[in-house]
Write a protein that binds this ligand. Sequence first.
Ligand SMILES: [Zn+2]
Length: 398
Amino acid sequence: MTTATTATTAPTTTAITDIAGLVTNDPSLGEGPLGLIRDAAVVIDGDRIAWVGESSKAPATDNRVDAGGRAAIPGFVDSHSHLVFAGDRTEEFNARMSGRPYSAGGIRTTVAATRAASNNVLHANVGRYVAEARRQGTTTVEIKSGYGLTSQDEARALTIAGAHTDEVTFLGAHIVAPEFADDPAAYVDLVTGPMLDACAPYARWIDVFCEQGAFDGDQARTILTAGKERGLIPRVHANQLSYGPGVQLAVELGAASADHCTHLTDADVDALAQGETVATLLPGAEFSTRSTYPDARRLLDAGATVALSPDCNPGSSFTSSMPFCVALAVREMGMTPDEAVWAATAGGARALHRTDVGRVSPGARADLVLLDAPSHVHLAYRPGVPLVSAVWHNGTLI
Ligand SMILES: [Zn+2]
């Protein structure tokens, strides 16, 4: 990391003082894995964190903000979202809550609506959901394509996503496009050929929905390998609805993350514990489909790195709220409040191979969230309460 600045105008420094408990995620700076500092202050210089420490020792700055005994955490890092879409699936949700099980086929409804939407509508939708997430403390968000499923529509989705984030993922292999329902092999050829040609310039990552009804292990391997050859880094929708090869494939191919991880064998858990691939858990999906939650405790006890994300999408998890996921992770998945807050910040950063976000320490991007609470534990202790009271993103108070 570098803390050098190339700004030509004098940077503005701001001290945020009287923070009851500051989560830094840097164990060298404070207590425990969260590097908690009590009675803390943070100094922001331009778009970077310049200093953290005890409030009484804060250096002189241009501006000063009194946190009034609130807690502060790094901005949430959401490593998994599907925000480029149009339309609405209220009726599907309503039906499912009346007893109909979720199947991957519902994605086709959103594909049709997204293809029919104008660029302006899609831009406005992404902007609205990114802003909605930011108000809830999310300052980094990954965005996937996956509702276009033609070369042109997937490239369009990636271009639109790229206007809102640097973390763009090509998910042409979300489901087999409806036009190829009778010939999935031809669709894999399209995804790994002309569609990849059209999309690779606009994406950092490549993702596959490896699941019964979507893509099997061999198809997923072919697609991810083709993406790697074009410089894209794999991530995998793995083991969400059933046991399968997704997690093992993710670890084998050096994927940044295996996402969902709901149905895991002991061998899957071992692979995640021994590899570099992050297990990204998406409890909004289980909540919204009345399904069994992933067992975060089992993964953590084995030594795996766990991230959390809302998986915001119009079908299986229409929430952008990381605080909601933290509360679910603690209540339903066996995580401690500290583990859940780490997973929602530093864990997400790991899943995106980022070292500049997910922490509040010198040199990091100045992404900071003040909570209307004396401790980060309140994110789980007070579920459903809008505790995010201030958000700095890139050093700017939004
Ligand atoms: Zn997803």
